[in-house]
Design a binder for this molecule. Structure first.
Ligand SMILES: Nc1nc2c(ncn2[C@@H]2O[C@H](COP(=O)(O)OP(=O)(O)OP(=O)(O)O)[C@@H](O)[C@H]2O)c(=O)[nH]1
Ligand SMILES: [Zn+2]
Length: 302
């Protein structure tokens, strides 16, 4: 028997600084504070907590299966834990950034979380250019789905339901791609679930930047979507420059062909990666993104 058996278990459904909202196994939500200055909680955490008046105190965070980091201007912060998968939404209008997509895939690979890509607004003529841009990702084994969340909601729901219904899925994507449309399509009572959280956080001001947990069906509480508004960039600074090539599957496939075991794939002779770029087996865009991220990682290492 552990020392926490007398405490209640709970799921963190939103976290902001030292304020977190914990959901109990029977679905009640309790605002909690964190015990201890150093402890940190993120959405998706399983915790042990103790009631204290109307509120609660988180005493212990259970070990995490995985943890994602994000980057803001100043630092790398953790922001979601215990995910089953990530769904990256992209579109042709606005055209998605390949660099952002690659960073999301690298972050997921580092954390050991499976990723799917969903090309939304598939009915638009601009989707064709997005499809082409996604080809290298399909080629390296990323599953790319297509939907029209707004214009073909029924069909989209049927496509997505089996993929989402038993999982905790983090939804990411640039602004204007259809994240809200997705949440409203797949989540029952999404507005009510948001209302709950902002009320309990007791201030509207944080709600635009806080990752939220939505049960697809609050009555059943199996599958959930995690929406991360205002999401900018994944934190990759915990990744070392040397391990970067192994986190990019299309580069990884050619690493055994490099003459030097510590090849940076930039200027060394006998580089299998560059040879593959020249043969067209690695997309030029991917090689460029590799160079950019590698340089960033080398620059920020102190
Ligand atoms: N043509 C078309 N438009 C869509 C589709 N899905 C969503 N949209 C439109 O795209 C726009 C952006 O959708 P949102 O769901 O608000 O996008 P978002 O990713 O939540 O954007 P932010 O709130 O800025 O983060 C809206 O005008 C939607 O109606 C689709 O399948 N086809
Ligand atoms: Zn090389």
């Amino acid at each position: 028997m552990g020392r926490h058996t007398e405490l209640d278990v709970g799921l963190v459904v939103t976290a902001h600084g030292r304020h977190v909202m914990v959901e109990t196994p029977d679905g009640a939500r309790v605002q909690c504070h964190l015990r201890g200055k150093k402890s940190e909680c993120v959405v998706g955490d399983r915790v042990r907590w103790q009631a204290s008046g109307d509120e609660g105190v988180v005493e212990h965070v259970e070990p995490r299966r995985n943890l994602l980091m994000r980057q803001d201007e100043w630092r790398t912060k953790s922001f979601a834990a215990n995910l089953d998968q990530i769904l990256v939404l992209v579109a042709g209008e606005p055209m998605f950034s390949e660099s952002q997509l690659s960073r999301a895939l690298i972050a997921a690979e580092t954390a050991g979380i499976p990723v799917r890509v969903l090309l939304n607004k598939a009915e638009l003529p601009q989707a064709e250019a997005a499809r082409e841009r996604l080809q290298p990702y399909r080629d390296m084994g990323v599953q790319v789905l297509e939907a029209s969340l707004k214009t073909r909601p029924q069909e989209s729901r049927e496509l997505l339901r089996p993929l989402l219904q038993e999982s905790a899925t983090l939804v990411l994507g640039p602004s204007g791609t259809g994240k809200s449309t997705l949440v409203n399509l797949m989540v029952q009572d999404a507005q009510a679930q948001v209302g709950d959280i902002s009320q309990a956080l007791n201030s509207g001001r944080h709600t635009t930047t806080t990752t939220r947990w939505y049960w697809l069906d609050p009555a059943v509480r199996h599958g959930a979507l995690l929406d991360s508004p205002g999401f900018q960039e994944f934190g990759l600074r915990h990744v070392s420059a040397e391990e970067l090539p192994r986190l990019m599957p299309d580069l990884r496939a050619h690493l055994p062909d490099c003459r030097f075991y510590n090849c940076t794939h930039r200027h060394e002779p006998g580089c299998g990666v560059r040879a593959a770029v020249e043969r067209g087996e690695i997309a030029a865009s991917r090689y460029r993104i590799y160079g950019e991220i590698r340089e960033e990682l080398e620059r920020t290492k102190w």
